[in-house]
Design a protein around this ligand. Structure first.
Ligand SMILES: Nc1ncnc2c1ncn2[C@@H]1O[C@H](COP(=O)(O)OP(=O)(O)OP(=O)(O)O)[C@@H](O)[C@H]1O
Ligand SMILES: [Mg+2]
Length: 431
């Protein structure tokens, strides 16, 4: 028995003497007895960069070649990297940056590398501030104008006579929110420099992103391009095998389990993040249930859990009135009105709005929200004939009602509506 177990036992004795039941006794006992599956949880985290990246050697080499002039203190080409989510773009950029940074430090080169995730940075100001910080220029959290921060960045780059290779990951998010002005300015930074300067590695998983760029910005950003294709199921097996060997105790995760995770992740597109998440969640479920190995049933449960998580996230980030339309459909469905006409939906939506003191949108706007939700696959809207009454739209929820309930319960305003019985239901019953 280890020290911790002894302590717990001692504590239980004390509680028993006082006639108090320890509600955690079983939980603690089980946790201490439970067979272990994870050897190193860190390895399965999404931001972990493994020491080797199977099936990405070509991309690593190519990015390395494009950036290698920087090691000789000449400016390299800007690179634009794109490909679907989970195809290893961020991992490859971080891998190459880490390696080159080591060389630059070892050789004492005036060369800096900065990895910035534009979605996490959030604003143009933060992106500029992070660029400044990466070359040792301090910028207050707020208070300066963007132009001022930009000037400080450009001037320091020139004065210090250094090269900065900056990766702007998820660059599409920045451009979607602020347009491509900053990118334009950044691609022009070098124009007044003799030596030194800025190299940009832009990364995006939005395959249409390029279309939204001004042609001048596009041509300077994508002097070189690297495309990342989805992994095949077999490639995912290799990736998972390497991860599993580091993350789990021998014999706890079989090759069949890994093959299943790879196959499921490859179904939509070969997304390594999804494959790794699936294996991690399956192992967590197995460990929690006291199993000593991960089995197929754990992977299937993990798949369900992740799917539900995705639906939850998609629904809980919808704009308020789209959520109100969903709430309306939920309330009708819960009271057995499963595919209401658009007329009943509008009427009940207005009732729902008045309950929480919101001004309802016009029927036309609500109709547009319905079309958007239809495109997302949350509901289906169909035109049906009503015989001599003409034609109308009927709207059917395509998302399980308990998943919508979870979203409503997590929202302080919407949860007050859950038990409401819409007037349309009462009318329907009495007619
Ligand atoms: N070839 C590989 N070998 C090992 N692990 C990999 C490989 N490719 C991706 N991964 C892992 O899969 C996960 C997702 O990869 P990464 O974050 O690089 O995807 P991404 O292409 O940047 O996706 P997104 O567009 O969503 O940002 C990470 O945990 C990463 O470590
Ligand atoms: Mg990424």
């Amino acid at each position: 028995m280890n020290n911790y177990s002894k302590k717990i036992q001692g504590l239980n004795l004390q509680l028993k003497k006082r006639g108090v039941e320890d509600p955690l006794q079983d939980v603690v006992k089980k946790a201490l007895e439970r067979p272990k599956i994870f050897k190193d949880r860190q390895v399965m985290r999404s931001d972990y960069v493994p020491g080797t990246l199977p099936h990405r050697s070509d991309h690593i080499r190519r990015l390395g070649e494009i950036l290698s002039p920087a090691l000789r203190f000449s400016r390299a080409s800007n690179v634009f990297i794109y490909g679907k989510t989970g195809t290893g773009k961020t991992a490859v950029v971080k891998y190459v940056f880490n390696r080159f940074r080591e060389v630059a430090e070892l050789e004492g080169l005036p060369l800096y590398f900065s990895y910035i995730n534009c979605r996490i940075a959030g604003t143009e100001y933060r992106v500029l501030a992070e660029l400044c910080e990466s070359i040792g220029v301090k910028v207050p959290f707020t208070g300066l104008s963007k132009a001022e921060v930009f000037n400080r960045f450009r001037n320091s780059l020139r004065e210090k006579n250094i090269i900065l290779v900056a990766s702007l990951d998820e660059i599409d998010v920045l451009v979607k929110n602020y347009g491509d002005n900053l990118l334009y300015e950044l691609t022009r930074v070098n124009e007044s420099f003799e030596t030194g300067g800025l190299n940009i590695v832009g990364v995006s998983n939005d395959l249409h992103f390029k279309e939204s760029l001004d042609p001048r910005v596009l041509s300077s950003l994508s002097e070189e391009e690297l495309v990342f294709h989805p992994y095949t199921a077999l490639e995912l097996v290799d990736i998972l095998m390497e991860r599993a060997a580091m993350a789990f105790y021998p014999g706890t995760v079989s090759e069949e389990v890994i093959r299943l995770c790879a196959a499921l992740a490859a179904q939509e597109h070969g997304d390594a993040r999804r494959a790794i998440d699936l294996l991690r969640v399956a192992a967590e479920i197995a460990e929690r249930s006291g199993a000593s190995i991960v089995e197929e049933k754990h992977v299937r449960l993990a798949q369900n859990m992740i799917e539900r998580g995705r639906v939850f996230e998609a629904l809980s980030t919808l704009p308020l009135h789209s959520k109100l339309v969903l709430t309306t459909l939920y309330l009708l469905a819960r009271n057995d009105l499963n595919n209401p006409t658009s007329g009943i939906l509008y009427e009940t939506y207005r009732e729902v709005c008045s309950l929480i003191g919101m001004e309802p949108l016009s029927d036309r706007r609500v109709s547009m929200l319905i079309s958007e939700l239809d495109m997302l696959g949350v509901l289906r809207s169909e035109v049906v004939s009503m015989g001599r009454y003409g034609r109308t739209r009927r709207i059917t929820l395509m998302t399980p009602i308990d998943e919508i309930q979870q979203v409503l319960e997590s929202d302080d305003l919407l949860k007050t509506l859950i038990n409401h019985r819409p007037t349309a239901v009462i009318k329907n019953r009495s007619s």
